[in-house]
Design a binder for this molecule. Structure first.
Ligand code: C2E
Ligand code: CA
Ligand code: CA
Ligand code: CA
Length: 284
């Protein structure tokens, strides 16, 4: 008879195989999925910490797979990056999101423009069409560049040379905001921030998690306080991610963070829900 250890090994092996098969299957299914319209976007509001009013929304892509159901981006974005499909997929996400922002602005009487945040993968950054595609989409849809924010992870920009920064600088000059996503996870040189064409820091969720107790751990408070004051002295706004409780929101507000995003306000959802939230805010 086989030992328990042997069985466990076989089980783990079988699971690894199943995962590899799924990965392979998903990878080969990606291009047709884009043609068939199996991707969709959920939007999560960004709110002002001061008064809780809706400031904008982040676009988060999902895949409605015919067999596996709804897949989150962590399941397929790495595969799309590996195969290069991220470039057309990213362009599709950008166009959909820009159209959605335009629609919100048209329906949004008087409550200030709604802004849209879109994630950029490192492959899109190095793709030569980034600036022209973005300009083309904004012009065709008729959205002002300053209604758009492109989010780039801190790790994608660590050690970035001028060639990599040039397209981002061009976009920033046009008025597009560039946000440094997952800030605080990449060990970047803080002095390096001055070199980057960014106007927003998105503080990673790990910092927000440290604010679960009230009062929070004094060391965590000091770290966030330091980042916020450095950011503000460089004229950068600070957005915090992953706010799940009122206690977190309150402490982050007291620390001077500007905007927030998280389940406490709303989970990512369909665009109409965000429109309703914005309307409630405009009248309340
Ligand atoms: P991200 O840019 O850091 O996005 C924030 C993630 O945190 C989202 O996960 C969001 O659903 C989740 N989140 C929001 N509020 C909370 C909260 O209060 N608590 C917790 N625990 N989580 C919260 P999601 O939608 O699964 O996206 C994961 C990542 O996939 C994103 O991380 C982003 O890096 C990437 N991604 C999503 N859409 C796109 C896209 O269109 N293009 C590219 N290149 N990447 C994308
Ligand atoms: Ca993001
Ligand atoms: Ca993030
Ligand atoms: Ca309000």
């Amino acid at each position: 008879a086989k030992s328990a250890g042997g069985n466990r090994y076989e089980l783990a092996d079988a699971e690894a195989d199943a995962r590899a098969i799924t990965r392979h299957g998903l990878t080969t299914a990606l291009p047709a999925a884009l043609d068939r319209g199996e991707f969709f976007i959920e939007y999560q509001p960004l709110v002002h910490l001061g008064d809780g009013s809706v400031h904008g929304a982040e676009a988060l892509v999902r895949w409605l797979h015919p067999q596996h159901g709804v897949l989150g981006p962590d399941r397929f974005i790495p595969l799309a990056e590996h195969t290069g499909l991220i470039v057309p997929l990213g362009r599709w996400v950008l166009e959909q999101s820009v159209r959605q922002a335009r629609e919100w602005q048209e329906r949004h009487s008087g409550a200030g423009p709604l802004r849209i945040n879109v994630n950029l993968s490192p492959c899109q950054l190095t793709h030569p069409g980034l600036v022209s595609d973005t300009v083309d989409i904004l012009e065709r849809v008729g959205l002002e560049p300053d209604s758009l924010c492109l989010e780039v992870t801190e790790s994608a920009l660590i050690g970035a040379d001028d060639d990599l920064l040039k397209p981002l600088r061009r976009l920033a000059e046009m008025g597009v905001d560039i946000a440094l996503d997952d800030f605080g996870t990449g060990y970047s040189n803080l002095a390096n921030l001055r070199r980057l064409p960014v106007s927003i820091l998105k503080l990673d969720r790990s910092f927000t998690q440290g604010m679960q107790q009230f009062p929070a751990d004094p060391v965590d408070l000091k770290i966030v306080e330091g980042i916020v004051s450095l950011a503000h002295s460089l004229d950068l706004a600070v957005t915090v991610e992953g706010v799940e409780t009122g206690a977190q929101a309150e402490q982050l507000r007291l620390l001077g963070c500007d905007t927030a995003q998280g389940w406490y306000y709303a989970r990512p959802g369909p665009p109409d829900r965000l429109h309703d939230l914005a309307l409630i805010d405009a009248t309340g």
